[in-house]
Write a protein that binds this ligand. Structure first.
Ligand code: UT7
Length: 314
């Protein structure tokens, strides 16, 4: 099989915006601390909108931009670590809302690297002939996991969703989704924890920061190598939006001087599995990337899992 490509992207963020000053009224923090340590200025918080609402909005936009209809989709994959409902899963609930008939529909949870994992499994399903056209969604209501008295976490996360329509390539065409580089350090899984029935997120921030800034750049370069691309040829780099200092450190080591680097964390905070499709969709919408541009996606975080691949911009 010739593989698959992303034909359209879409994103959605709930309208309520929390500024750093809003948070300084809740916990002992400052705009200066948050901007200098994490790079965030604002984040969006869902009120009265469920995870399925966020995911459906983003998917609807991607579908509309693709020019395809819901009944042409045969696979729905949702990456999320904040699904409260176990059954139906988020993917099935979104499919029902959109009117996708009889799709394969499943959720993936690899926390912040989830979208790149989901994209890889959709690409693999298409290559194997098990699907032809997929909706791949990253969606999170991180606010459900926040302790609004804990300044070390409540200033960092936000809610949102991003989605991609992925379809089979013409026979012989160059693959639009490159080979995935993925893995994890399961023995360090307790570095990011969301557990229990009323889950609250906690993380060993410095340990994750060190891992991200020292271990991930070679893996990101490996994803380029497997796609047959030198990092210097990249036109875009969309890493997980955890911290501006992490993004800039990996981008510097990657060596991609011509790549537009996604820095949506500034406006949106850390939206876990939603951060990559959200940031990617915004870059395309603003015309900062053009059709066919090679773009490296690279997710990382809880698990400690990572996944990345080079894709062609829709
Ligand atoms: O997306 C999932 C994967 N997660 C990540 O990639 C996160 C990676 N880690 C990070 O981004 C950073 O470690 C954080 C942003 C989480 C924290 O930044 P940091 O520079 O590592 O701060 P720290 O945890 O070392 O804390 C330094 C100080 C502490 O005070 P003392 O002990 O030095 O007096 C904290 O209590 O900053 C304090 N602090 C705050 N101060 C003001 C922690 N949170 C805040 C806050 N406002 N919101």
């Amino acid at each position: 099989m010739s593989g698959s490509r992303i034909v359209a992207l879409g994103h959605y963020q709930p309208p309520k915006v929390l500024t750093n000053d809003d948070l300084a009224a809740l916990v002992d923090t400052t705009d200066e601390w948050i901007r200098s340590r994490v790079g965030i200025r604002t984040r969006h918080i869902a009120e009265g909108e469920s995870l399925v609402d966020l995911a459906t909005e983003a998917a609807q936009k991607a579908l509309a931009r693709s020019g395809r209809t819901a009944d042409e989709i045969d696979l729905v994959v949702v990456a999320t670590c904040t699904a409260i409902e176990r059954s139906p899963n988020t993917a099935a609930a979104v499919a029902a809302r959109l009117g996708v008939r009889s799709p394969a529909a499943y959720d993936i949870n690899t926390v912040c690297s989830g979208f790149s994992y989901a994209l890889a499994t959709a690409d693999h399903a298409i290559r194997a002939g098990a699907a032809r056209r997929a909706l791949v969604i990253g969606a999170e209501r991180m606010s459900d996991t926040l302790d609004w008295t804990d300044r070390s976490t409540c200033v960092i996360f936000g809610d949102g969703a991003g989605a991609a329509v992925v379809e089979a390539q013409e026979e012989g065409a160059e693959p639009g989704i490159g080979p995935v580089v993925w893995g994890s350090e399961p023995e360090r899984g307790d570095a990011v924890v969301i557990t229990g029935w009323d889950p609250v997120i906690s993380q060993q921030g410095q340990a994750v920061f060190r891992w991200a800034t020292t271990q991930l750049a070679p893996l990101a370069r490996q994803a380029c190598e497997r796609a047959g691309i030198d990092p210097s040829e990249l036109k875009g780099f969309v890493p997980h939006q955890a911290n501006l200092r992490i993004i800039d450190a990996i981008a510097k080591k990657l060596g991609a001087p011509d790549a537009v680097v996604a820095r949506d964390v500034v406006d949106s905070g850390n939206t876990s599995a939603a951060s990559i499709p959200l940031a990617f969709s915004k870059l395309v919408e603003r015309g900062e990337l053009s059709p066919g541009d090679p773009v490296l996606l690279f997710g990382f975080g809880g698990g400690l899992a990572y996944a990345g691949q080079v894709v062609r911009c829709p």
